[in-house]
Design a protein around this ligand. Structure first.
Ligand SMILES: Cc1ncc(C[n+]2csc(CCOP(=O)(O)OP(=O)(O)O)c2C)c(N)n1
Ligand SMILES: [Mg+2]
Length: 569
C-alpha cells in the first residue's frame, strides 16, 4: 500500500520562503546534493515515473524527506508538478530518459508559457555508456537530443556530466527557475548519481535587482499619472500570483482606493470578497459592468496581466495604452515609455509603499456573493451547473478548470478568500485538471480540489484518478458530459468532434475506490454535491449530463458579441 501524501505541510503560500540551508555532509554525491538542494527550496514531493536510467536516483529519493508521487503517465506527473509549483513556488517532475522525458514536453511547454517553475530531473545513459556511442535503448538521435528539445521550453538546461561543475550547475538551474518563474531541465546520467562532488562547491548567482535610479523614475512617473487620473482602475493578472505579489497588490489597492479587476488567468489573485473587487475583465467575454468600468477608465494600471488572447476576450478588450501603466515580466512602462532594468516585482512593491492619498471607492456594482440555488427537477444546463457550483464553493476549495467550457464558464464562479483558481488559461492544454488535482492535494492538503473537466479532456488524462485513489486524495471531479468537443462545435462541427461515450460514474468500480454519481437534473446534482462533500476519504466523480449544444453564459456572451461585430461589418 502506498504511503498517503503527508498532510503536515504548511500549505498553499505561493512563493516558498528563502531556502533553509543545511550543513553539507562530507563526501556528498551528485544525487545527494541535488536532493538536498531541492529539499532546501521547501519542496516536499516529487512527481514522476521511474525507468532504468533514473532508478538509482529514485532509490535515493525514497530515502530522503521528499515523497515520491508516481503517476500512471509522465504527462500526468508534469501537470501535477506544474500545479504544485503554482501553489508552492517550485515543483519537481522526475522521469527516465526520452520515453519519459519527451512525454512531459507538453506539460513543461505549458509551464513555460504560463510561468510556472517546474524542475525537470531526467535520467540518461551513463557517461561511460555514451562514450561507446552505442545504440543504447531509448536513444532518439544523439545523446543530447532530449536536452536540445528542452532548451527551447526552459530557462536553463544542465547536464550533470562533470562532478566538479555539478553543484554549480544545480544551483544555477534552481535559482533561474525561481528568478524567471519558469521551468528548468536537469539531466542526470546514471553513472553520475553516486559520483562525489568536491567539498565547498555550489554557489548562488549574483543578485538580480532593479536599477534603483530607473526604478525611482518609473515609480514617480506612474504615481503622477495615477494621482492625476479621474477614474483609475487596476487590472491584476496571474504573474502577481507567480511572484508572490498578492499582498503588495492588496496594499496598493487599499492605500489608493482604486478598484481592482482581474484577468481570467489571474482570478483569485485579489480577494473576491473585497469591496474594491470589480470582477473578471475579459473584453467582450466578461460582464458589462466591469467591461465598461475598465474601458472608460482614464488610467488602466495593468499589473502582471499576461496579455493573452484568452485574457483579452479574444482581442475584444479595448484598453488605451497611451493612458496605461503596465508592469509585467516582459517590461515596465508608463504610457508609451518603457523603463529598462526595472523588475515587475520591485515596481509593484514600490507602488504599494508610496505615500498615497486615499480616494473614496467610486460607485460600482460588486459582483457579490452567490445566491443560494433552489434546485428543481429540470434537466441540467451549463448555466444551472455553474450557479449550483457557485452556491457550493467553500473557502477551503481550489477550483481547477480544464480548457473547454469548464474554463470559460468558471469565469463567473465566486472564489472565496483563501481559496484558489488554477487553470491553463493561456496555453490551454486539455487534460490538465485531473492530474493537477494531485499536485494541489500534495501542495496544499488543507484545500480540497474541485476539478471541472470536459468529457473529451477527461479521456486524455482522467485515469490519473488511479494515482488519486492510491494516495488517498479526495478531490471532487465534475465531468461536463456534453457528448464530445463542445467548444469546437460552434466553430466547425463534424464527426471529429465526437468521442466514444464513457460510463464515467462507474470508474470507481474499475479502480475499487471512489464515489461515482451520474446526474441528469438539478435536484440530483444538489444531492450528489452533498454526498461528495461528506466523502472526505476518497475522490468523488460526478458525471453531469448536458445537452451537446448547451454552452456557458460566458461563452454565449462572447459568441453573441462577436456576432454583433460581424453584423456591423
Ligand atoms: C491537448 C489538446 N488537444 C486539443 C485541443 C483543442 N481543443 C480545445 S477545446 C477542445 C474540446 C474539449 O472537449 P471537452 O473536454 O469535452 O470540453 P467541452 O469543449 O465539451 O466543454 C479541443 C479538442 C487542446 N486545447 N488541447
Ligand atoms: Mg465535452
Amino acid at each position: 500500500m502506498a504511503k498517503p501524501v503527508s498532510a503536515a505541510t504548511d500549505g498553499e503560500q505561493s512563493i516558498v520562503p528563502a531556502a533553509r540551508e543545511k550543513t553539507p555532509p562530507p563526501n556528498e554525491t551528485i544525487g545527494d546534493y541535488l536532493i538536498r538542494r531541492i529539499e532546501e527550496q521547501g519542496v516536499g514531493h516529487v512527481f514522476g515515473v521511474p525507468g532504468d536510467f533514473i532508478l538509482s536516483f529514485f532509490k535515493k529519493l525514497e530515502g530522503s524527506s521528499l515523497q515520491i508521487v508516481n503517476t500512471c503517465d509522465e504527462q500526468g506527473a508534469g501537470f501535477a508538478a506544474d500545479a504544485y509549483a503554482r501553489l508552492r513556488g517550485l515543483g519537481v517532475v522526475c522521469i527516465t530518459y526520452t520515453v519519459g522525458g519527451l512525454k512531459v514536453v507538453n506539460a513543461v511547454a505549458q509551464a513555460f508559457a504560463e510561468r510556472s517553475p517546474v524542475v525537470v530531473v531526467s535520467g540518461a545513459p551513463g557517461i561511460a555508456e555514451q562514450a561507446t556511442n552505442g545504440l543504447i535503448h531509448h536513444r532518439v538521435r544523439n545523446f543530447d537530443s532530449q536536452q536540445k528539445i528542452f532548451a527551447e521550453i526552459t530557462v536553463a538546461t544542465a547536464v550533470l556530466d562533470n562532478p566538479n561543475a555539478a553543484a554549480d550547475d544545480i544551483d544555477r538551474a534552481l535559482e533561474l527557475a525561481r528568478r524567471h518563474s519558469r521551468p528548468v531541465y536537469i539531466e542526470l546520467p546514471r553513472d553520475m548519481v553516486a559520483a562525489r562532488i568536491p567539498p565547498g562547491s555550489g554557489r548562488a548567482l549574483p543578485l538580480n535587482a532593479s536599477d534603483p535610479d530607473v526604478l525611482g523614475f518609473a515609480l514617480a512617473e506612474a504615481a503622477e499619472r495615477i494621482a492625476s487620473a479621474g477614474r483609475p482602475v487596476i487590472v491584476a493578472g496571474v504573474e502577481l500570483h507567480r511572484f508572490g505579489l498578492q499582498d503588495a497588490l492588496a496594499e496598493f489597492a487599499h492605500a489608493t482606493g482604486i478598484p481592482v479587476a482581474s484577468t481570467l488567468g489571474g482570478k483569485s489573485v485579489f480577494p473576491e470578497s473585497d469591496a474594491a473587487y470589480l470582477g473578471v475583465y475579459n473584453g467582450a467575454m466578461g460582464g458589462d459592468g466591469v467591461r465598461n468600468y475598465v474601458e472608460q477608465s482614464d488610467c488602466v494600471i495593468l499589473l502582471g496581466p499576461l496579455m493573452t488572447d484568452i485574457n483579452l476576450g479574444v482581442y475584444t478588450a479595448r484598453i488605451d495604452r497611451s493612458a496605461s501603466v503596465y508592469a509585467g515580466e516582459d517590461r515596465v512602462s508608463v504610457g508609451f515609455r518603457s523603463y529598462d532594468g526595472v523588475k515587475m516585482e520591485d515596481f509593484v512593491r514600490g507602488l504599494a509603499k508610496r505615500p498615497w492619498t486615499q480616494r473614496a471607492l467610486p460607485p460600482f456594482v460588486h459582483p457579490g456573493r452567490p445566491a443560494p440555488f433552489a434546485a428543481s427537477d429540470r434537466p441540467m444546463t451549463v448555466a444551472a451547473l455553474f450557479q449550483q457550483l457557485n452556491a457550493f464553493l467553500d473557502d477551503d476549495m481550489v477550483v481547477v478548470a480544464d480548457p473547454g467550457d469548464a474554463l470559460f464558464g468558471a469565469e463567473d464562479l465566486y472564489i472565496h478568500d483563501g481559496a484558489h483558481f488554477l487553470a491553463p488559461a493561456y496555453y490551454c492544454s486539455l487534460g490538465f485538471a485531473v492530474p493537477a488535482a494531485i499536485g494541489v492535494a500534495a501542495a496544499a492538503p488543507r484545500l480540497r480540489p474541485l476539478v471541472l473537466v470536459g468529457d473529451g479532456a477527461f479521456q486524455m488524462t482522467g485515469m490519473e484518478l488511479s494515482t488519486i485513489a492510491r494516495f488517498g486524495m479526495s478531490p471532487i471531479v465534475i465531468v461536463f458530459d456534453n457528448d464530445g468537443y463542445g467548444t469546437e462545435r460552434p466553430m466547425l462541427d463534424g464527426a471529429f468532434n465526437d468521442v466514444h461515450r464513457w460510463n464515467f460514474a462507474r470508474i470507481p468500480e474499475v479502480l475499487g475506490a471512489g464515489l461515482g454519481v451520474k446526474v441528469t437534473t438539478e435536484r440530483e446534482l444538489a444531492a450528489a454535491l452533498e454526498r461528495a462533500k461528506a466523502n472526505t476519504q476518497s475522490y468523488s466523480l460526478i458525471q453531469v449530463m448536458l445537452d451537446r449544444h448547451d454552452r456557458s453564459p460566458a461563452l454565449s456572451r462572447l459568441t453573441a458579441r462577436l456576432a454583433e461585430r460581424v453584423a456591423k461589418g
